[in-house]
Design a protein around this ligand. Structure first.
Ligand code: GLC
Length: 428
């Protein structure tokens, strides 16, 4: 090659190297985000993350952990305790900030006050040792979905008590089966041995005024006659108005049965509304949403508080970009879109005055009280041992539902093992 040509080639190479350098000093990053995939969750998470990537010149990589909350927690614990940088942003359950907080970044310096738009209770929940370890993304509360067309056809009211639900479910199930729909069931819910069963069983117990497993002062309260009655009531559904397969149902399995038109009632989270009402749904226009029934006239309506947040792993190599993604995904604009198209309840209070959101999801306005008075699982009292408490609670409930133990036996055993776990009421 002649000298001037060589010089030109060298200059080109140098310019190329400089350009490549320029790309990286602009700090374009690939941010991996773990989103759950219940219903439309994954599609929505991916869509918003990709919009952020296009806007900022970064890239996103979507990771799909198991949908089952308990399995997802186990995976996160494995990744985080190994200090892995494989996941930058994690979708975390409302019950996990205390468990995972030490592995998560304090988002306050990045949020710059954005947290003030969110429900204060959610922010308090996501604050661990004074650090804001996750930004609230959507709120959940257990709801009763019902087939308004079938209640009307058989002259039934929306049930106020579990006994009324049991009777209506039975009447409609039997009549529909006699009319040829052999697959009809009365009531579907989440009965698999996992966190979702703890949510359902807590609702049964609280609605019967049977306490909330471990009380705020650390006292174990679960072995009591009202809790026993609550479990008896639920166990009596299995095989009668509820398919025995419910013992292996999580959220999506129960929604599958309800949305196919094969159940009168369903307990689920708000996301099920948008899907039930979607074009092509067999039950579109035939669904109502109500508070879950009371445990007898003396009991009360109870919904377990759920919900999800987005957090940044302390081991992320790109904390600033990851935090920026979290703030975008949890912003009012994205939460509004998720509410309109996916019936995900916002965590930003002003959005509950948004006419479009309330029109798309009437229950968000009508049942606001169910959300604001929803029952928290005993995470504050039991701290880092909550997951073990819940594990024992769902196993006890599962034993009672499957007939492996009577409700009385299951609760007595549970009380003993919780005492052992708490070292006589000291949880911390
Ligand atoms: C939903 C709720 C979460 C709960 C889980 C149980 O994901 O948001 O709080 O733990 O369901 O399955």
């Amino acid at each position: 090659m002649k000298r001037p040509l060589m010089r030109a080639a060298r200059a080109l190479l140098l310019a190329g190297a400089l350009l490549a350098g320029a790309c990286c000093t602009a700090r374009a990053a690939t941010i991996s985000i773990a989103c759950s995939g219940v219903g439309q969750e994954l599609e929505f998470c991916k869509g918003a993350a990709e919009i952020w990537a296009r806007k900022t010149g970064n890239e996103v990589k979507i990771i799909t952990p198991p949908n089952d909350a308990s399995e997802r927690l186990a995976l996160y614990q494995q990744l985080l305790s190994a200090g892995s940088d494989r996941v930058d942003v994690l979708q975390i359950d409302v019950i996990w900030p205390g468990l995972l907080g030490s592995h998560l970044l304090d988002l306050r310096p990045y949020a710059k006050g954005a947290q003030q738009q969110h429900f204060p209770g959610f922010i308090a929940n996501n604050t661990s040792h004074g650090r804001l370890v996750a930004m609230p993304w959507f709120a959940n509360a257990g709801l009763l979905f019902y087939r308004s067309d079938l209640l009307q056809k058989y002259g039934q009211q929306v049930p106020e008590t579990w006994d009324a639900l049991t009777a209506s479910a039975r009447t409609i199930q039997d009549a529909e089966r006699a009319a040829g729909n052999e697959r009809m069931w009365g009531y579907v819910w989440q009965g698999r041995a996992y966190e979702g069963l703890s949510c359902n069983a807590l609702e049964w117990v609280v609605s019967h005024d049977g306490g909330s497993i471990v009380e705020a002062d650390g006292r174990i309260s679960i072995d009591n006659p009202r809790a026993e009655l609550a479990l008896q009531t639920a166990a009596a559904w299995v095989g009668r108005i509820t398919p025995a397969a419910v013992l292996n149902y999580a959220e999506e399995e129960s929604r599958g049965v309800f949305q196919a038109g094969n159940a009168v009632f369903m307990r689920n989270w708000p996301y099920a509304w948008a899907l039930a009402q979607a074009e092509g749904s067999a039950i579109r226009g035939k669904v109502g949403v109500a508070v879950l029934p009371k445990g007898g006239d003396e009991g009360r309506h109870a919904a377990t508080l759920g919900g999800e947040s987005l957090a940044v792993s302390k081991y992320s190599l790109h904390p600033a970009a990851a935090a920026d993604l979290v703030l975008y995904m949890t912003s009012a604009a994205v939460q509004k879109d998720r509410a309109l198209r996916g019936s995900f309840n916002p965590t930003i209070s002003a959005l509950y005055r948004d006419a479009e959101i309330l029109h798309a999801n009437p229950f968000m306005g009508e049942l606001l009280g169910a959300f604001t008075s929803a029952v928290a699982r005993p995470t504050s009292a039991t701290g880092v041992r909550y997951n073990q408490v819940s594990h024992q609670f769902w196993n006890a409930a599962h034993d009672a539902l499957s007939g492996r133990a009577t409700p009385a036996q299951a609760l007595a055993r549970l009380e003993t093992s919780l005492k052992r776990l708490s070292r006589r009421g000291t949880w911390r």
